[in-house]
Write a protein that binds this ligand. Structure first.
Ligand code: DAH
Length: 356
């Protein structure tokens, strides 16, 4: 008996299919291939449906042959499917690989304003010496900004600080104003502390940082607003040497272990005696240079708290004494970083800010 012709044809179809499968590159091509060789109209499927038209003794032969071919094609299809999956995965891994020799990208980062940096440094320095940060208000009354600090109404020393007054009605001798200095924080803090135990008020060790406002012509060294740092220590047997020690320690921490301080007699209504304090120039070590002029940098005011001020804060001046100081924070930053114009601080010019 001769081999039925269908089987011969199926053999050829199978060879063609397997050859074609070799060249299939993606899922779409694979789907087409599957329709062509295993779909309803494919030669194999047709062979099955034609079985009924064959003479009986050829049926099993053709049936088995067609089955063999179908099984082979299906196996080849499965193998190819897996192969395509693997290569797709490998491809996507390759696209994710890193070139470790590429130069890194610089990520732009924000930074702290130089004013914030210097303030935080001052908080650390005074925190180490046992001082708390006390925040007082920027809108003040004449009473707190002047009167309770021993500047009576009409006192000539008020002219030292040109004041922005706030237009509020019916306040007579006690108008509202923008604080001209952080010193009113002394009264607010002392009153708050002494209220805790009026007959035996606790000691005070505070710094008061914050903006102050002055009605002034601006220039390289003057702004209409700037930060001050006020200091206040009240307790029993506090002496001028404690003030000197505290400010000298601040100078050393800011400008290095050899920093020296100098105190010059001065006048402030709220301290007696009063002194302005200087730090020896860190640029020239006191020889005199472009930064300092005469070898010393003027930093701020200080003194022993006036008895009237202690009393106004709720502290009996026959039992308590205290020292106080106040200085411009920007002035310290200018000296430390060599900034020659105070107006840079609030210009928000990135060319300035990015240097810190
Ligand atoms: N409040 C003064 C000013 O702004 C600075 C000052 C001087 C503060 C002497 C003090 C001090 O606490 O004792 O000019």
């Amino acid at each position: 008996m001769t081999e039925p012709k269908v089987l011969e044809e199926l053999e050829q179809v199978k060879n063609a299919a397997l050859a074609e499968l070799e060249n299939v590159k993606d899922e779409t091509e694979l789907l087409t291939w599957r329709n062509t060789y295993l779909g309803k109209t494919s030669a194999v499927m047709k062979a099955f449906s034609s079985l009924g038209t064959l003479v009986p003794d050829q049926r099993p032969l053709v049936g088995q042959g067609a089955n063999r071919v179908k099984t082979m094609l299906e196996a080849a299809l499965t193998e190819k499917t897996n192969l395509l999956k693997e290569s797709a995965m490998a491809h996507s891994l390759a696209s994710q690989s890193l070139d470790v020799t590429l130069p890194g990208r610089v990520i732009p980062r924000g930074r702290l304003h130089p004013d914030t940096q210097i303030l935080r440094e001052l908080y650390r320095i005074f925190g180490d010496m046992g001082f708390q940060v006390y925040h007082s208000r920027e809108v003040e009354s004449d009473e707190y900004n002047f009167q309770l600090l021993n500047f009576p109404v009409g006192h000539p020393a008020r002219d030292m600080q040109d004041t922005y007054f706030i237009d509020a009605p019916n306040r007579g001798d006690n108008p509202l104003l923008m604080r001209t200095h952080t010193s009113p924080g002394q009264i607010r803090a002392m009153r708050e502390f002494s209220a805790l135990n009026p007959s035996d008020p606790p000691p005070v060790r505070i710094i008061v940082p914050g903006m102050v406002y002055r009605y002034e012509q601006t220039d390289q060294r003057h702004e209409t607003q700037f930060d001050q740092l006020e200091g206040l220590a009240v307790g029993e047997r506090i002496r001028f040497s404690d003030l000197k020690g505290t400010l000298t320690e601040m100078a050393r921490r800011l400008f290095g272990p050899n920093a020296r301080t100098r105190f010059r007699a001065s006048y402030f209504p709220f301290t007696e005696p009063s002194a302005e304090f200087d730090i020896q120039c860190f640029q020239c070590d006191g020889k005199g240079c472009g930064v300092c002029g005469g070898g010393w940098l003027e930093i701020g005011g200080s003194g022993m708290v006036h008895p009237n001020v202690l009393r106004n804060g709720g502290y009996d001046p026959t039992r308590y004494s205290g020292f106080a100081f106040g200085f411009g924070v920007q002035r310290i930053a200018m000296l430390k970083y060599g900034i020659n114009d105070i107006r840079y601080f609030w210009d928000n010019d990135l060319r300035f800010l990015e240097q810190f």
